[in-house]
Write a protein of this length. Structure first.
Length: 234
DNA sequence: TTCCAGGCAATAC
DNA sequence: GTATTGCATGGA
């Protein structure tokens, strides 16, 4: 696939527009940047040495599952419930009955399914540590393309691009992709068009989410003047 | 009350 | 391979 220079141009524009995002949000980083859309706390702009502990790495992994088709504030509630119960850790999570776990993560929705997914993922990580491939991660029931890439990029700092519903929405609107593009193709478009840089991949995905929440939300009227039109050059 | 949100797996063609 | 469906809460 050929690089598309528009991908880089839009990255620069988003960065200028919104500034560094400091993903992935973490409970232990509460208060770092209290003004972000969709969540009160947990972001760490300008700091790229997160996660700093195994516990935080595990929290990110859990969060990627909990946020599947779910608004982030609901995920935060579930994470706090887990934290209060000391369940953000492989051992404690694995030794907790699935039904108890489901009750803790109820605010995140699909809690019965996700309780099983979390167990599967925890067992996988407990066994593999950090020595696993994307394909192995995808073989875990409950881990699809986006969740796998989020875990790899944000929890383990591997240079793999995350594609989500917002990415498809924005870049379809810009005419750079269309509905026929599959996950792998969109992912490849970004990866061949950008430097292979974990920080760039992390920030770009986060910026896409931030921008989409502001201007491409289905339930919010879009700015008719659209002063933040990404298709405008510069 | 209805619609939406940082998907995924199972099933049906 | 592509399309459809179930899974579920909390906020707008």
């Amino acid at each position: 696939m050929k690089p598309n220079p528009e991908i880089r141009r839009i990255y620069k524009k988003l960065l200028k527009l919104h500034g560094p995002q400091g993903w992935w949000p973490l409970l232990s980083c509460a208060g770092c940047n209290p003004t972000k859309t969709g969540s009160m706390t947990g972001y760490h702009p300008h700091e790229y040495d997160w996660p700093k502990t195994e516990r935080d790495r595990f929290e990110i992994c859990i969060g990627t599952v909990l946020t599947q088709n779910t608004a982030w504030p609901n995920v935060e509630k579930a994470l706090r419930n887990l934290d209060d119960a000391g369940l953000i850790g492989c051992d404690s999570l694995l030794s907790t009955p699935e039904q108890k776990l489901a009750e803790r993560i109820r605010p995140a929705g699909y809690f019965n399914q996700k309780a099983g997914y979390l167990k599967n993922l925890a067992a996988f990580l407990d066994k593999k540590g950090s020595g696993f491939s994307r394909a192995e991660l995808l073989a875990v029931k409950g881990i699809g393309d986006e969740t796998a890439d989020s875990i790899l990029l944000y929890a383990f700092g591997r240079p793999t691009f995350v594609v989500d519903a917002y990415t498809k929405r924005i870049f379809s609107a810009l005419g750079l992709i269309d509905g026929s593009w599959k996950y792998r193709e969109i992912k490849e478009l970004f990866e061949v068009s950008l430097p292979e840089d974990v920080v760039v991949f992390q920030e770009y995905h986060a910026l896409i989410v931030e921008h989409a929440k502001m201007f491409y939300s289905k339930k919010r009227s879009r700015d008719p003047a659209n002063t933040h039109d990404l298709s405008t050059e510069k």
